[in-house]
Design a protein around this ligand. Structure first.
Ligand code: GDP
Ligand code: IMO
Ligand code: MG
Length: 427
């Protein structure tokens, strides 16, 4: 029985939320395994439209165990707000669990994320300012506080007191800002701890049991491969790994247990924040895609930069993730375009480049080499079978399949759960 990882193949916002919501119907367990509330996963189902930041997108099915894994950094204030919102909208949370090993975003993390961005000036990364860089740095530097720590107040206060002294030094001496009060932070986090205590568990055993009992486990990725700190457009990256390999580490089971990796790709490209983007369209076509696709950040509301599908980047992403199948989303956004382009290689200093470069300086100088394909100029949102798509749309999808050497299992033609063409059952 499968363990399936669903991961973003581009710069995030590929439509992972939609695909996870759809696949969760047949799952026993859904686990978020990386990122934090920098993620915004949109789900449109019969219960309404939801933008989830931390709660797994399987939450709408009461029979599905939903786990926020150890690989996720949790801002408890944001999580509680999200939980309140879901409960107010009638969603049952009794099947939600939080790993006791998940790191917590503290007030100094969000504060420092903002201060660090300001200090970068023209070199700013364009982070979501949710404290992601600082919290994952602290995790690796062994300076973190974890969800389980909230359950033991005495130890928590002692650790917080020591850490806050160090953080306040940075806040006041490096940035000249007001230090944070130990009593205030402690009191606030104790309140969060009281509310979250019933959800905080040892979650690796729950996952192991599901796998051993031949359950269906769906791993929900956040962000996208091109934001990975190792393989993405570093330093214009995020601070946790969005890769399929992280599904095992961010949830606590062996990599040999992952059966399938579904890479989610938009039918075009988008990016929020700074960093090179070879196929970016700074013209009317880019504006048209942005407006038709409402390409504005779920988390920050920032306009997303839009461009043509980049098969060089996508091929790299497919390979590093080890995708067994692809989900192509937002095909319908391209319905109106008379002609489409796919970037098949780059040109750099007169040389053809087929592999995604490690250096952002090199990438910024790469010129996309395009292949042109005819558009279909027909609405596709009501189509549910591949054979019913206009021939040009089939050709477009088939070309992506060829360029990435990977089958397209799912095609999404609208934000709603049912607006999907399934070519192969995944769960
Ligand atoms: P995620 O972060 O990968 O979950 O993606 P986001 O939710 O941030 O952004 C994807 C946006 O596209 C959301 O507004 C979805 O509702 C929407 N969406 C997903 N799939 C489709 C699709 O096939 N067509 C259209 N028109 N919208 C889609
Ligand atoms: P989902 O899961 C799109 C981007 C930010 C910024 C960079 C670093 O919804 O696909 P960070 O706050 O993580 O330190 O910012 O990463 N970024 C995302 N872009 N979708 C996301 O998540 C993102 N999470 C982070 O815009 O460029
Ligand atoms: Mg998103």
């Amino acid at each position: 029985m499968p363990v399936v990882a669903v991961v973003g193949g581009q710069w995030g916002d590929e439509g992972k939320g939609k695909i996870v919501d759809m696949l969760a119907e047949k799952s026993d367990v859904v686990v978020r395994f990386s990122g934090g509330d920098n993620a915004g996963h949109t789900v449109v189902n019969p219960l309404g439209q939801f933008a989830l930041k931390l709660v797994p997108c399987g939450i709408f099915y009461p029979q599905v165990t939903c786990i926020i894994g150890n690989g996720v950094a949790i801002n408890p204030a944001v999580l509680l707000e999200e939980m309140d919102m879901l409960q107010e909208r009638g969603i049952d949370l009794s099947h939600l669990y939080i790993s006791d090993r998940a790191h917590l975003i503290m007030p100094y993390h969000t504060f420092l994320d903002g201060l660090e961005e300001e200090s970068r000036g023209g070199r700013a990364i364009g982070t979501t300012r949710k404290g992601i860089g600082p919290v994952f740095s602290d995790k690796i530097a062994r300076l973190g506080i974890r969800a389980g720590d909230l359950l033991d107040r005495e130890t928590f206060r002692e650790r917080l007191s020591h850490l806050l002294e160090h953080k306040n030094d940075i806040i006041s001496r490096v940035f000249g800002a007001e230090p944070l009060s130990l009593d205030d932070v402690f009191r606030q986090y104790c309140e969060y701890g009281e509310r979250l205590a019933q959800y905080i568990k040892e979650t690796t055993l729950m996952i192991a049991e599901a796998i051993d009992n031949k359950g269906k486990v769906l791993m929900e990725g956040a962000q996208g491969m091109l934001l990975d700190p190792d393989f993405g457009t570093y330093p214009f990256a995020t601070s946790s790994s969005p890769l399929a390999g992280e599904a095992s580490i961010g949830a606590g089971f062996g990599p040999t247990r992952i059966d399938q990796v579904i890479g989610v790709f938009k039918a075009f490209c988008s990016r929020v924040g700074a960093g090179p983007f070879p196929t970016e369209l700074e013209d009317d076509t880019g504006d048209l895609i942005r407006e038709r696709g409402h390409e504005y950040g779920t988390v920050t509301g920032r306009p997303r930069r839009c461009g043509w599908f980049d098969a060089v980047a996508a091929r790299f992403s497919q390979r590093v993730n080890g995708c067994t199948g692809l989900a192509i989303t937002r095909l319908d956004i391209l319905d109106v375009l008379p002609r489409l382009k796919i970037c098949v290689s780059y040109e750099l200093d007169g040389q053809t480049v087929n592999n995604f470069p490690a250096s952002v300086t090199a990438l910024a100088r790469c010129q996309p080499v395009y292949e042109e394909l005819p558009g279909w100029q027909t609405p596709t949102s009501d189509i549910r079978e591949f054979g019913q798509l206009p021939a040009e749309a089939q050709q477009y999808v088939t070309r992506i399949e060829e360029l990435l050497s990977c089958p397209v299992d799912v095609i999404s033609v609208g934000s709603a759960r049912e607006q999907t063409i399934v070519r192969r059952d995944i769960m």
